[in-house]
Structures are given as C-alpha cells and as structure tokens.
Design a protein around this ligand. Structure first.
Ligand code: SAH
Length: 337
C-alpha cells in the first residue's frame, strides 16, 4: 500500500504503537495533523472492540471480552502479581481440539486470529498496566501465555508472527524476553518440532493430562493422531534444541486422571527421557458448565504432587486465579447474555 509518506513515518508510527502503546491518532502529535487520521485509520484499523470487562482479586485480575470485526468473540485475562504481570491471550476464536473438560473446546473453532488481532490484545493490556489502571501503580507486562482460547500451534503462522513482534526490540516490537512467552499446546507434534527450529526460545507447555494413551485419547482427542510417547519425544526434542525446560500441564480431575499410579507412570515416562529437562504443573480442574467432572480431592492432589517429586520431577501446582469470573484455565467461552 502506498500512502505517499516518507519512510521515517513508519518508525514514528511503530514508536507510537509499540513504545507508547497507542493507536489513537490524537496522541500522535509528531505527525502533521492533516495526515494523522488518515495514517492511523489506514494502518491501525480498530481490530478489537471491548465488549465486557470483569474484575476479580481487587482488580488485579481482569478478563476482557473482545468483539472482532466480523462478530467473532475472544477473551484475554490479565493477572497482576506483586512482582510480575501475566497476560493470557487467545490465538483462535473457539478451538477445534474438542477437549471435553475445556469450556472453549465445547465451542468448536470459529476462526484463526490474525497476528494483529493477537498483538492488539497484548498492546491493550500493556497500555492499561502502563497507565496505572491496575491497582499497584504503573507497571510493565512481563509474561505472555498462549493459554486463552484456541490451539496456538494450529494457527502457527499468526502465532509466530506475534512471537516475533513480542520479542523484537522497540520500536519494532515490545522488547519482551522469549523465555517469558509461553506457547501451550495439546501436542501437535510436527508443529512442536518446527517451533524448536525457529531459533526463538519461547517456553513450551505440553497439555498432557494423562500419561497413558487410553485415557489421554479421551481427554485430549488429538492423542489418537499423536500419542503420549510421540508428544513427550517432541517435548524432549524441544528441550534439546532450545535448552528451555518444558512444562507439562496436568489438570487434576477427580477419579479420572489423579491416581497415584498415573503420577508414577508420568514420572517414569519423563525420567526415561532424561533428567532436568521438564517440570510438571498440575492444575486443579476448573469445572465448566454442564460437565460432570470436578477438581481432585486436596489430599489426592497432594499425593499426586508428592509422587512426582519422589521421582525427582520439579512440580508446582498452578494457581487458578480468576475462576470466579470464569477467567481461569479452560473457562474462556466468550459467552454473552
Ligand atoms: N490449546 C492449548 C491452550 C489451551 S488453554 C492447550 O491445550 O495447551 C491452557 C491450559 O488450560 C491447557 O493446559 C488446557 O488443557 C488447560 N485447561 C483447559 N480446560 C481446563 C479446565 N477446565 N481446568 C483446568 N485447566 C484447563
């Protein structure tokens, strides 16, 4: 597109977007007033419309429902902690992976998001932190997790475009550290291997949820295509190529996958692939509407964690912030009354 502008305008506009975190033409006072609107409207069309905002934890957890230009809906969740802040973004409207315990999985896939639609979720959150809108004073966005709606590796190009933008130095990007970006996947093995070769050492999370194929194929249907062993081999490969320790996500579902023998089997399968390459994040299941499943008993959860640690596997329970506003893991469903 030729807008008849001098090349230096591109840097000015990038600086507004990535450094000042704004796409508002009125704020771009270093541009001639006559061209501000035209440039901003052409280059920064409104991509996300804030439809609803829900807060929890005294305003330090904020879930935003976005309407996209075509009526598709997605959500993102910002979580501020004392010394860091994390944004959970959506990479797809809905999801095609159909995991039965996940609210988004029940929706089916509407469509992939574009890089710009994902980046705009990030810019918006970074801006509200910078503006001091989140209690605790102005802050920076430190961590980004692709754990909102969608399967990021099923929208590979747009997700990688986002990652490149996040880690690019200002003003070409947000200047985030790759290690603070987490891509979470159901285990799309070829895409995991491709990601390893990108030369951008993001953190990889594998949503395993069961160490045996029989149960995993029920909980994560894509397991019938790529088995537990294939997914774990690809995770180990990711560690070998990038040096980044991989996270294994494991939603603990009462009487479903929380048995001590499954913790032992998981420990054995991880250790069979070496030491020090992986850690496990058990997540108490966040119940979704209509599901008969619920979180494990605390004593069972504790036993599961203890068993993994006995195998020498670093294990930390993931927090379930935002569950009261349906903003916790697996609860994003972009419903509206
Ligand atoms: N498609 C990606 C990102 C999805 S959400 C993936 O599956 O990894 C991020 C995490 O939340 C995944 O580990 C997912 O399995 C988990 N999750 C989904 N539903 C959940 C629920 N109801 N309770 C707890 N965790 C859930």
């Amino acid at each position: 597109m030729d807008l008849g502008e001098k090349p230096f305008r591109a840097k000015q506009l990038a600086t507004h977007y990535f450094t000042h975190l704004t796409s508002d033409p009125q704020a771009m006072t270093d541009l001639p007033a006559a061209t501000r609107d035209v440039l901003a409207e052409t280059l920064f069309p409104p991509l996300l419309e804030k439809a609803r905002v829900l807060e929890a934890d005294g305003g330090t957890t904020v879930k935003t429902l976005w309407h996209l230009f075509d009526g598709a809906k997605v959500e993102s969740v910002l979580m501020r902690y004392p010394h860091r802040s994390t944004l959970c973004v959506s990479s797809q409207a809905g999801c095609g992976m159909a995991c039965p315990f996940c609210a988004t999985g029940q929706l089916g896939l509407t469509r992939n998001l574009s890089t710009a639609e994902i980046v705009e979720q990030v810019r918006s959150a970074a801006r509200s932190l910078a503006d001091g809108e989140i209690p605790g004073g102005p802050a920076r966005l430190n961590n980004l997790v692709f754990m909102g709606m969608g399967e990021p590796l099923a929208n590979y190009k747009a997700v990688m475009g986002t990652v490149r933008t996040l880690v690019a130095k200002e003003p070409e990007g947000l200047g985030m550290s790759a290690r603070n970006v987490t891509v979470s996947t159901v285990g799309l093995v070829p895409a995991m291997r491709k990601l390893a070769d990108e030369g951008i050492p993001v953190t990889l999370a594998l949503s395993l949820h069961a160490p045996d194929d029989e149960l995993r194929s029920e909980l994560v249907p894509i397991n019938t295509r790529w088995s537990v062993d294939e997914a774990l081999d690809a995770a180990r490969h990711y560690f070998e190529v990038t040096g980044r320790r991989v996270s294994i996500e494991y939603a603990l579902i009462r009487d479903m996958n929380d048995h001590a023998w499954r913790a032992d089997l998981l420990g054995d399968k991880l250790n069979a692939r070496g030491r020090g390459w992986v850690h496990v994040n058990p997540i108490p299941l966040n119940p979704t509407p209509g599901s008969i499943w619920t979180a494990s008993d605390p004593a069972v959860e504790a036993e599961f964690v203890a068993r993994l640690r006995e195998h020498g596997i670093p294990t930390t329970i993931r927090d379930t912030r935002g569950s009261d506003i349906d903003g916790a893991c697996g609860q994003l469903a972009a419903e509206e009354e």
